[in-house]
Design a protein around this ligand. Structure first.
Ligand SMILES: Nc1ncnc2c1ncn2[C@@H]1O[C@H](COP(=O)(O)OP(=O)(O)O)[C@@H](O)[C@H]1O
Ligand SMILES: [Mg+2]
Length: 257
């Protein structure tokens, strides 16, 4: 995918011309207003699901987590942007584009916007194509137990990211999506990186440990969660025995609308 850039006043937009004929400046404006005016419209955290040109999409406004969020909810410090140091929304867009090229199951990036709010600060948003008919692993486990094969398949998916040195910065049960066809996908690549090969590999174990902690936390919060220790062992089996990446099956790609 050859992305395009659009810079106007304080807005910098990166967009996917295969999905959008021109820079979606107005679309971002409308979604931003909607998000600010009616935060309760936001689903599952901080995202808004919508359809544009007949394509289901997801709008994410970047929010800070932790204590700092009470002071500066959605504002980030701005270094001098450069090709090596783009805004973080652009980084997530670029990383998703690369991972898609590699055939990994992540959402297709549609557009990323960075708004400079002062000489030192910025905020921003990302639009991705919706992964259809999918629920988060957390939601699935609140409803039904997964089969051993489904747990193994999640382990295999994670292993394929790791085989390509992709370190997910926040691998948790809400960032793993399972679709109706039984495929798993990873979302939310903010602050995620492709690690250099010669670096120590302990980040892989850290990724897995983080996911395990998040599963245990679901169980602590709701003892009815369909998660048992044996499930984790099945996930690890899949992780350790993952084969080569299967052909990409992420839905029909439309060229123009
Ligand atoms: N492209 C997508 N398709 C379907 N669901 C998505 C997509 N992107 C995000 N989501 C849903 O929105 C939730 C929040 O998005 P995420 O990127 O994880 O942002 P946050 O930083 O708020 O965690 C995800 O857990 C997932 O349920
Ligand atoms: Mg998330």
């Amino acid at each position: 995918m050859q992305h395009r850039k659009f810079i106007d006043k304080n807005a910098r937009i990166l967009f996917n011309p295969e999905l959008l004929p021109s820079a979606p400046a107005e679309l971002f404006e409308r979604l931003g207003l909607l998000q600010a005016a009616a935060p309760r419209l936001l689903h599952r955290g901080s995202v808004l699901f919508f359809t544009h040109n007949d394509t289901p999409m997801v709008f994410k406004h970047y929010h800070r987590g932790g204590l700092l969020s009470r002071l500066v909810a959605d504002t980030y410090c701005r270094p001098a942007f450069s090709p090596e140091q783009p805004p973080r929304m652009w980084q997530e867009f670029n990383l998703l584009a690369t991972l898609r090229q590699w055939g990994l199951p992540v959402p297709e990036p549609v557009a990323a916007r960075c708004l400079e709010t002062s000489p030192l600060t910025y905020r921003g948003d990302l639009i991705t194509r919706e992964i259809r008919n999918a629920r988060t692993l957390a939601t699935r486990l609140s409803q039904t137990a997964l089969s051993a094969a489904e747990w193994r398949s999640i382990g295999q998916t994670i292993s394929r990211f790791h085989a390509l040195q992709v370190c997910h910065a926040d691998l948790n049960a809400r960032n793993v999506l399972l679709d109706d066809a039984g495929h798993s996908h990873l979302v939310d690549f903010d602050k995620s990186v492709i690690k250099p090969v010669n670096q120590t590999q302990c980040w892989m174990q850290d990724n897995l440990a983080r996911l395990r902690r998040s599963l245990n936390k679901l169980l602590c919060t709701d003892s009815g969660t369909h998660y048992r220790d044996a499930d984790w062992q099945h996930l690890l089996q899949g992780y350790e025995t993952a084969g080569p990446l299967p052909a990409l099956e992420l839905g029909v790609k439309r060229k123009s609308f």
